[in-house]
Design a protein around this ligand. Sequence first.
Ligand code: AMP
Ligand code: MG
Length: 433
Amino acid sequence: MTKPSNVTVPSIDAVVSCLSDYDPNALHVDRAREAMRACLIPLTQTERVPLRAALGRVLAEQIVPTINVPSHANSAMDGYAVRAADLNAQQPVSLTEVGGAFAGRAFDGTLGQGECVRIMTGAVMPQGSDTVVIQEMTRQEHGRIVIPAAQRAGQNVRLAGEDLRIGVPVLQPGRRLQAADIGLIASLGIGEVQVIRRLRVAFFSTGDELASIGTPLQPGEVYDSNRYTLQAMLETLGVEWIDLGVVRDDPTALEAAFLQAAQQADAIVTSGGVSVGEADFTKATMAKLGEVLFWKIAMRPGRPMAFGRIQTAEHQAALFGLPGNPVAVMVTFYQFVRQALLYLSGCKDAVEPGTTQAISTQAIRKVAGRTEYQRGIAQWHDARLEVRLTGQQGSGVLRSMSEANCFIVLEHTRGDVTAGELVTIQLFDGLMS
Ligand code: AMP
Ligand code: MG
C-alpha cells in the first residue's frame, strides 16, 4: 500500500491499543480481524478496463443507467397482445388478429377495439395494447382468437425500465464485480469500467528444511508446498502475485527478501518462522524493518501470526506473517488474509466468510477458550445438512484440506460437541473464490 501523502497514518500500536479486549498473547479471532481492518489503508489508484476483463475487479465508479432496461415495454410470454378494456371478467371474448410482433421486429400499427396481435417473448408491445394472454390459454374459432374470462390487466408485460431505470444508480464504487454485474453493465451498453488497480502481493517461504520442486530431497527436507498453496489462493482472489521463493533461516537473506517484497508489493505474505521455538531473528528482522505485532491468536490451527507493515523509502507494504504448517497457512489465509486483501483492494462488500449450520454426525473434542477450524465434509442426507470430520486433523496434514469441503467452526466459548449437535460451517464453495 502506498501511503497517501495527505493522510497521517497512526502507528499500529496506537490503533490496536484503542481496541477493547486487545491481548496479543491470547487474541480472540474477532479482535485480530478488527485490529487488521483498523490498520489497513485501501488502494485508491484506478484504471480503465474492458468489461470483459472486469470480473472480480473492484469498481471505482458509480454505474448510473443512461437508458432504461428494457428500453420498451415488451412481452414476457408468447401469446396475444390485447387491450384489457376489450376483455370480460365473466366470459370469453373473441378478437380479430391483425398482425404479428416478434423480438426485434415490432408490429407497426395501433391496436383498435376488438383487435389482437400475435406476439412473441421480447417483442415490443404494440401501440394500444397493454396485456398479453399466453398462447396456451387461447383458441382459434372461425378465424378469430378466443380469450378466456378472468385475465388480469397488464399481465405478462415487462415494463420499460423495470430492470434498470435511467438515472437510478445500480452499482456503487467498492463493488467486487460478479458475473451478474458484468451482464448488468453490458445491458446498459457500457463496454469499459473504471476499477481499482489490482493489489500486488509478494510472498515467500522461510525455512532451512525447505526444498524447491526440481531439486532432490535431502534427508530432513520437505518440498515447499506453501508457496504453491498461496499462489493458488491469491490467483483465485484475482490479485497480482510475486513469488520470491524460499528464504533460508538467515537474518541477512530474510532482510533482503522483506525489503525486496516491500518495494514491489502492497502486501507481503510469508510462511514459517513465527512459531515459538523458531529462531528469534525472523521476528527481530520483521520488527527492525517496520511496525510488526506478534500475536498468539486463540485459535487452532494458526496460533502464531505476525501482522504489520514493512517500510521502504517510498513505499510501505502490509505484512502477514503466517505460521509454517501447511494447514495453518490455509486457515489463517481464509480467516484473516483473504478479507484483509479484499479490503486493501478497495472492496466494500461484506467479505467475511459466509457461514451456515450443519448437524455433526460425530462427537468432536474441543477445548473452550479458542476458536477451532476443523476440516469437514458436509453432505445433504434426508433433507438435512450433515457434517463429519475428514479424519486426521493435524496442522501438517494438508490432505485434510484437500478432502474437506468446509471448515467446521467451533466457536471460542464452545466445549466438546456431541453427535447430533448443530455446528457452524463455512463451505469452501464461495469462500475459496
Ligand atoms: P515453522 O512455522 O517455520 O516452525 O514451520 C512449522 C512446520 O511447517 C514445520 O514442520 C515446517 O517444516 C513446515 N513448513 C514450514 N514451511 C513450509 C512450507 N513452505 N511448505 C511445507 N511445509 C512447511
Ligand atoms: Mg521454520
